[in-house]
Design a protein around this ligand. Structure first.
Ligand SMILES: CC(C)(COP(=O)(O)OP(=O)(O)OC[C@H]1O[C@@H](n2cnc3c(N)ncnc32)[C@H](O)[C@@H]1OP(=O)(O)O)[C@@H](O)C(=O)NCCC(=O)NCCS
Length: 218
């Protein structure tokens, strides 16, 4: 099997067009069959238009996975309440799915918020593949189906309890110590797809043989 290095890092302004192009492909691959092309087009713009992606980069903790120069996955998330990470989107390029990238994106997101004690997200009730994916990582349904606030489509809220790895640290502390700027430049995780797993260390470690399935969030 051919192996390739995947780097997960925060997205920058310069990544916006590549992210938008990747999201458009992944979006229609996921949703055209579920919701029909015209509805997928209608609400897709909220996710993959250049403007929407730029907003995520500015305000949404936009995070990407790259293989070489190619963007192969993107996620956006926020701390919706103290300690709760809300994942607003997670997309892996169809050609790169089922290689452990989605799972590693979730682990990377948790790594950026080590004080978090919960992850939450909404998933379309018909999106069986994604529901399986999240359940395989330990997420469980927190609600019966309910209309999404953003689109009105029926969604499940999925949640997973996390084991916090450190106490809550005021953002001001990160800003004052320069940690926020350093974190913005450094890779969050590097791993290799197509090789066997080994439990893996941390931020900005040299390339490690983490995947096929690197550690899931705890
Ligand atoms: C859902 C998604 C993010 C998963 O990312 P991925 O990189 O393909 O997933 P991983 O390779 O990390 O999968 C880990 C495990 O999740 C489960 N899983 C992942 N995709 C699955 C699918 N389509 N059907 C069933 N189980 C799935 C499997 O148990 C898998 O382990 P395995 O490959 O050893 O069997 C990706 O398929 C995707 O972008 N889908 C389209 C967009 C979408 O639905 N996003 C979520 C919106 S809330």
């Amino acid at each position: 099997m051919v192996t390739k290095e995947v780097v997960i890092r925060r997205a920058t302004w310069a990544d916006a067009s590549a992210i938008a192009a990747m999201l458009e492909v992944a979006w229609h691959n996921a949703y055209d069959a579920i919701m029909g092309r015209s509805h997928a087009d209608e609400i897709g713009a909220m996710s993959y238009s250049l403007g929407a992606v730029r907003m995520q980069i500015l305000f949404g903790n936009a995070t990407i996975a790259t293989a070489g120069t190619r963007v192969v996955a993107a996620a956006a998330y926020s701390e919706s309440s103290p300690g709760t990470i809300f994942i607003g989107m997670l997309y892996v390029l169809p050609s790169h799915q089922r290689q452990g990238i989605g799972r590693t994106m979730i682990a990377a997101i948790q790594r950026t918020k080590p004080h978090a004690n919960r992850m939450r997200l909404e998933v379309l009730v018909q999106n069986a593949g994604a529901i399986n994916f999240y359940e395989s990582l330990g997420f469980a349904r927190h609600s019966t189906a309910r209309p999404s606030v953003a689109t009105g489509d029926l969604v499940f809220v999925l949640e997973k309890a996390l084991r916090p790895r450190e106490a809550v640290r005021p953002r001001l502390f990160d800003w004052l110590t320069g940690a926020a700027r350093r974190q913005a430049r450094e890779p969050i995780l590097r791993f290799t797809v197509g090789s066997r797993p080994a439990p893996g260390p941390a931020t900005s470690a040299p390339t490690s043989p983490l995947a096929k399935h690197p550690p899931a969030p705890t």
